[in-house]
Design a protein around this ligand. Sequence first.
Ligand SMILES: Nc1nc2c(ncn2[C@@H]2O[C@H](COP(=O)(O)OP(=O)(O)OP(=O)(O)O)[C@@H](O)[C@H]2O)c(=O)[nH]1
Ligand SMILES: [Mg+2]
Length: 389
Amino acid sequence: MKGTIASAQVGEPRERALLVGIHRKRDPRWEAEDSLDELARLADSAGAVVVGTILQERAAPDPRYLIGKGKAQETKAQWGGKVDLLVIDEELSGSQQRSLEELTGWKTVDRPLLILDIFAQRARSREGKLQVELAQLDYRLPRLVGTGTELSRLGGGIGTRGPGETQLETDRRTIRRRMAKIREDLAKVRRHRALLRRPRKRHAIPIVALVGYTNAGKSTLFNALTHSGVQTDDALFVTLDPILRRVTTADGFGFLLSDTVGFIRRLPEQLVTAFKATLEELDEADLLLHMIDASHPQVMEQKEAVDTILRDLGLSTKPIVEVFNKVDRLTGGIGQSFIGSKTIVPRVAISALTGYGLDRLLQSVRESLATAASQAREYDRLPYPAVHA
Ligand SMILES: Nc1nc2c(ncn2[C@@H]2O[C@H](COP(=O)(O)OP(=O)(O)OP(=O)(O)O)[C@@H](O)[C@H]2O)c(=O)[nH]1
Ligand SMILES: [Mg+2]
């Protein structure tokens, strides 16, 4: 499926985006402001140019126009001719999206659709492309609106029998069929990958996986440690496809390091579902390196968002090292203050860009792997039969 927003291809004009967020009165305003800042980064990463942002205060979103009819009309009057695309920092229903498009005449996308669009533009591998398409169809299916909605909602019977089915039903069926086909293709791609992976298991080289918020610097660290050249950029979701390379230190200590897709607050559930197989690979890791951008104004919110996703994926019991990155941007030893307090999880401050702290990080990886291995041996020695939950 093609991206929603004009892809950021060289030479193509960039779409002019107007961003709209809603501040619910009961919530703190800074939350909505931070979210809108992030939406601007997302819009930029999707190839649009942000021409304005609006934060509307409301008790609750309007069921029909989300921002309310009056506000939508006012916005249209103020920005007409200067905007190609309306980006809403919420999740829209199919009919809200259509109402806003009809009233303003601007193409309207919501936050999940924007993220899906970035993924669609960036996917390179066959598996990545299939996963993104599956997520996009999954997003579209419940949002299809068209003639016949009312009839199909009545659930058949008198008055609904007749010549053929409605367009809406045909569309739904086409989408479902395509989704089933993608799932089949994905299963094939994954079986193939599982075969490739088998010899690695026998060698039992420890696997260390980079995880973290998007733009934390995972790929930059990956390149520094494996002397690779994977793409890094100051944009969101640059990496989608997982990659695995060997790291060997000067004294011969070795492990496999993996880089993978980053996380974000309010990651669309369709993406989490579609990327489940990619994320499940993290389960094979012996150690997770949680990369954190220590220079980001929302550093702790980002860290918590990742902790929550790791918990949801059932990965929070894995050995973890928290890596506070980009400390070269901080002054006055603030970087050290992150790791100053005593925590159960080991913490290291580094700069993947300058190489600062990488020796200490490798030392920490080594110690954590050794502890994990000795704990696994202890467990094997327990005089109880193994129980598989
Ligand atoms: N100043 C500074 N910038 C860094 C550091 N590490 C990474 N960066 C920059 O941060 C940006 C994002 O880095 P990436 O390595 O692409 O981040 P990522 O976590 O792989 O991001 P995604 O793949 O998009 O999720 C790039 O512009 C890097 O040059 C660092 O230690 N210091
Ligand atoms: Mg990356």
